[in-house]
Design a protein around this ligand. Structure first.
Ligand SMILES: *Cc1c(COP(=O)(O)O)cnc(C)c1O
Length: 365
């Protein structure tokens, strides 16, 4: 059940938005998540009233009581998605219904109220429309959207909050990598795990990220860009990176990615790439893959490429893998061919350069 809401967004325009000239300068080189648009979307929830006070308003800090629940027990979930410029100057979202559904699944796991899908999608659409001048148009750039929800009751009692704040902010982002995407080196964490069976691994909650930071810091100390996590039970099966799903490409032209068994975040990029790879004629398996097998296959040449994927960085080749018990190079250590093909296929749809056969685009204007 999706519980459609008839709540309408009140629009309160920013009295003095960033000037056009300054905005254009900021859009030249926005980085990631540092520059924000003029507005935000907010919706309130309380147990008695349900969802209320939906609005688009000037972006501003919140004021919270020090006892506010989210500050203590991390009852928080979020989403990550993008609005893309189209060649004709229009703009589109990519599968926002999938983000809305995942947000509801995350809410359910964190004992939070389920935001109706139409309210989620409308909040994002309305925000992008009012801040449309902030969608960058340079190649590989987009307007990154961050919907999130926090528990707002001010009481230290350990229970689900009866009150919540839902919010969406938007930040223009450049291409994650300039030019052709290089390959990253990843660190196999043998000390830390990201998610255990029955835990919150398949919910998009801030707590998962907080728990992965020590492993990510270790990866950086070891000269790697990212960490790859193994399963928590056997410490054997490759699960995913801190914030990206992982795929393996074999010499026989097949692809493999770990199955969604509850400890892996169900990426929308992952799901889209499975579909696109099958469209292109590749066999794609959703099956577990052991770290030792990965090393053996990379060394024997049975495995020729590996890549990580997610909304922010899209598709990134994995060139080398390091760990206390592992050290191997994949292919020639550079960006893979199949990886590049899939990356281009996805970006071409998102940017309106290729036909949208699967009905993934949600055109805004
Ligand atoms: C968000 C996220 C992903 C990628 O999901 P997309 O929908 O493809 O952006 C993968 N892993 C984790 C842990 C994530 O939080």
């Amino acid at each position: 059940m999706n519980g459609r809401s008839t709540e309408v967004f009140q629009i309160e325009k920013h009295p003095n938005p960033v000037e056009a000239e300054k905005r254009e300068t900021l859009l030249q080189n926005p980085g990631f998540g540092r520059v924000f648009t003029d507005h935000m979307a907010t919706i309130q929830y309380s147990e008695g009233r349900g969802w209320y006070d939906a609005k688009i308003c000037p972006r501003a800090p919140f004021s919270f009581d020090p006892a506010t629940l989210v500050l203590h027990y991390a009852q928080e979930i979020f989403e990550g998605m993008k609005a893309y410029r189209l060649p004709d100057g229009g703009a589109t979202l990519f599968r926002p219904d999938a983000n809305a559904r995942r947000f509801r699944n995350s809410a359910d796991r964190l004992a939070m109220p389920l935001l109706p899908e139409n309210l989620f999608v409308d909040s994002v659409r309305e925000l992008v429309r009012i801040d449309k001048e902030w969608i960058p148009s340079t190649d590989g750039s987009a307007l990154y959207l961050r919907p999130f929800m926090v528990a707002t009751e001010a009481v230290l009692g350990m229970k689900p909050s009866p009150e919540y704040l839902y919010c969406v902010v938007a930040t223009p982002v450049g291409a994650y990598f300039k030019g052709s995407a290089p390959a990253v080196t990843i660190w196999v964490s043998d000390q830390f795990t990201r998610a255990a069976p029955g835990g919150t691994g398949d919910a998009k909650c801030g707590g998962n990220y907080a728990a992965s930071l020590a492993a990510q810091a270790e990866a950086i100390r070891e000269g790697c860009e990212q960490v790859v996590f193994l399963d928590a039970v056997e410490r054997r099966w490759v699960e995913e990176l801190g914030g990206m799903n992982v795929f393996f490409v074999f010499a026989d032209g097949s692809l493999q990615t770990p199955p969604l068994t509850g400890t892996i975040l169900p990426g929308i990029t992952r799901a889209s790439l499975i579909t696109l790879a099958r469209d292109l004629g590749f066999v794609v398996r959703e099956e577990p893959y052991a770290i030792d097998q990965w090393e053996a296959d990379a060394k024997s040449g049975r495995l020729v490429e590996a890549f990580a994927c997610g909304t922010a960085a899209v598709v990134t080749s994995i060139g080398r893998v390091k760990g206390r018990k592992h050290e191997f190079t994949i292919g020639d250590g550079g960006a893979g061919q199949v990886t590049g093909r899939l990356r281009t296929a996805l970006l071409d749809i998102q940017n309106g350069r290729a036909p949208d056969h699967h009905g993934w685009l949600d055109r805004l204007f």
